[in-house]
Design a protein around this ligand. Structure first.
Ligand code: G1P
Length: 298
């Protein structure tokens, strides 16, 4: 039976060491693309896909995330007094329905699989989504929504997928493709972070998943995998030959930015800046000028 997907897990326990010193006191997920934190993009995408329950797997030092999704009575009163209704409207996007959001802590950094597993009791016996906020995807139809629509046809388990350069496979979960149906592929194997010469393909897993609750049981039984961590990829791979299971890769339409890396974060900043009506002209002029200066210097 294919059920509606209404719960999503956001693993946000990572220390974000690649962005030190910024992440010494600010959670990585609060870092902004233009003026919106990474986590806001993830939440908006989940909402668009019909998600009603938002489960954050956090850790010590991440309480700024909880404050972000809380009401801010003093700030709101001040904006109201000053008649700044446009800003009040912007803040509205951060309001969550009472009880729609839950926070649990991952006490030890044992890997992505373990982080997801920490949410097992909140997920219960339902299919669930996982969104990795580091992977920001600009798309006309938000990526998870595309996946929910495809999943309504396939059931099983689905991961977002994208071709990456062969030499980059070591940074991703990689799919071993059984059948390539174009946008969808059926999967006969999954490997976490294989060396390029060992990778079964260059079709990489991107941080959007729709998973059967059975994956939670499998995570509980896993041994440590790549990098000495409990890997979500390994648990999903257990579902490949399960009756009513199966794993599908979904080539989404959209542009993915790796906001877990500095270069990716900067690229996303430029792309999202240029996509904004209020910034396009001024920022675009600046970029053109920079490129011309760069060319002239060569
Ligand atoms: C995680 C997953 C990996 C996936 C990647 C997508 O890795 O373990 O399978 O391909 O996200 O961004 P991480 O980037 O957390 O090392």
């Amino acid at each position: 039976m294919k059920r509606k997907v209404t719960k999503a897990i956001f693993p946000v326990a990572g220390m974000g060491t690649r962005f030190l010193p910024a992440t010494k006191s600010v959670p990585k997920e609060i870092m902004t693309l233009v003026d919106r934190p990474l986590i806001q993009y993830a939440i908006d995408e989940a909402r668009a896909a019909g998600i009603k329950e938002f489960i954050f797997v956090t850790a010590r030092g991440k309480s700024a995330l909880e404050d972000y999704f809380d009401t801010a009575p003093i700030l709101e009163a001040e904006l109201r007094r000053a008649g700044k209704t446009d800003l009040l409207e912007i803040l509205r996007a951060t309001n969550m329905e009472s009880g729609a959001i839950a926070y649990i802590r991952q006490q030890k950094a044992l890997g992505l699989g373990h982080a997801v597993w920490c949410a097992r009791r909140l997920v219960g016996n339902e299919p669930f989504a996982v969104i990795l906020p580091d992977d920001v995807i600009a798309a006309e139809t938000p990526c998870l929504q595309q996946m929910v629509e495809a999943y309504a046809e396939t059931g099983g388990n689905m991961v977002a997928a994208m071709e990456v350069p062969q030499e980059k496979t070591g940074a991703y979960g990689v799919l071993d493709v059984a059948e390539d149906m174009g946008q969808l592929v059926s999967v006969k194997g999954m490997v976490e972070k294989p060396a390029p010469e060992k990778a079964p393909s260059n079709l990489a897993v991107i941080g959007r998943y729709i998973l059967s609750p059975k994956v939670m049981n499998d995570i509980g039984k896993l041994k440590k995998g790549a990098g000495g961590e409990v890997q979500l990829t390994d648990a999903i791979a257990q579902q490949i030959n399960e009756p009513n299971g199966g794993v599908y890769g979904f080539r989404f339409r959209g542009q993915r930015f790796d906001c877990g890396s500095k270069a990716g974060f900067l690229q996303a900043t430029v792309a999202f800046g240029l996509a904004r009506d209020d910034l396009r002209e001024e920022f675009g002029d600046y970029l053109r000028e920079m490129v011309m200066l760069d060319k002239a210097a060569q």
